[in-house]
Design a binder for this molecule. Sequence first.
Ligand SMILES: NC(=O)c1ccc[n+]([C@@H]2O[C@H](COP(=O)([O-])OP(=O)(O)OC[C@H]3O[C@@H](n4cnc5c(N)ncnc54)[C@H](O)[C@@H]3O)[C@@H](O)[C@H]2O)c1
Length: 436
Amino acid sequence: MRIAVVGTGYVGLVTGTCFAESGNTVTCIDIDAEKVKKLSKGEITIYEPGLEKIFLRNLREERLKFTSELDSGIKDSLLIILALPTPPGEDGSADLSAILKVADNLGKIINEYRVIIDKSTVPVGTAEKVRATIAANFKSEFDVVSNPEFLREGFAVEDFMKPDRVIVGTSSQRARKIISELYAPFMRQDNRIIFMDERSAELTKYAANSFLATKISFMNEIAILCEKFGADVDLIRRGLGSDERIGKRFLFPGIGFGGSCFPKDVKALVKSAKEVNYEFKILQAVMEVNEKQKLSLVPRMKKYFKNDLKGKRIAVWGLAFKPNTDDIREASSIFIIRELINEGSEIAAFDPEAMSNTKKELGNKIEFAGQYDVIKDCDALVIATEWNEFRTPDFDKMSSLMKKKVIFDGRNVYEPQKMSELGFYYESIGRKTVSS
Ligand SMILES: NC(=O)c1ccc[n+]([C@@H]2O[C@H](COP(=O)([O-])OP(=O)(O)OC[C@H]3O[C@@H](n4cnc5c(N)ncnc54)[C@H](O)[C@@H]3O)[C@@H](O)[C@H]2O)c1
């Protein structure tokens, strides 16, 4: 099939590459001309495990192309996939301007039957808006399908190739047949496509992300109680997760959820609910808990340093909003660093993949260096992302480099007992604070 993907960010690039990998001819379109130039030359623009290899192969075999021109980019493509940003507007609602602008242009360009597939996360009723926008200029048959994307950054290729399910919202039999063919290569073991109406598909995506965010905020509140009661959140997590009705995943407490999806999607669902006169109380609480949790290490650090963080040299391990990505959007690390800078601390940070994005965000307000260079002479180390390389570090080397053996661990990477034996002062989330 010939496919156009409009928007070549995390979702668009993975979508385009994976559909090319299953034999389709794909043109990815992006307004960012610099990005298009890099991708066309074989320079990958995001870090995503396993992506570069198939990106390069499909580029070489000319199944994958990049352009910044919508007109030529969608030519001959039966399927036009929208993977455009839907950032939160000032009131928290999803900003649909990129999607509606592209829809308006598409209405002026297309001249025969096309299936427009919306992969962006969008509020209920967007498929109808996109349809009306295109129909204002194009008077023949076309279909708009809601096909929300569930891939996780860090596992995006695997998630795309082996999805738990593919949600397809359409009332058109013609579009349904085409989409079934499109996903057939990924459904060989069993067909996991769930067809539904457009509105239900749009809401499924928000419900899924909001539910996962709720699990995280719930565990973060349990962790707070653990510290107050002297209980251990790790044991509780195991006790809870072994109940199949609850499940083991998404029960890890920490310094809150970030990323480009959970915070914005929870906000957008609360806003959508308001528009139909419903106050979504659980999700309001989920957001409140998360905002507090993101900064929760700072008061702990203030307490430890007797309200004087000025001039303290703080090392930060982990900048990405989660491991295996270079994405720092809404990352807890950035919130913490800004707050520590306000307190007068000096920050040196390391992340295996996200330093270049962080440099763009924070400029020269902080230092960047290697994993062990940043802890040299530091007064404390903050762990903000649970990258694998932080799990079994050289503790002897750490002990000799750090000015003070103090760790504030926002991701519960180490065992408190072991840290005590190694002579560290160690605070984590929902567990006993230890010192030697
Ligand atoms: N990132 C994720 O993990 C993830 C997962 C599932 C769903 N989503 C949803 O998918 C959508 C896209 O997210 P993303 O993370 O890929 O965003 P992104 O910001 O990484 O990428 C969006 C791309 O669209 C381009 N763009 C903007 N306006 C354009 C226009 N008018 N024409 C062509 N290109 C344009 C931008 O230059 C950018 O490259 C969002 O709605 C998001 O909520 C994201």
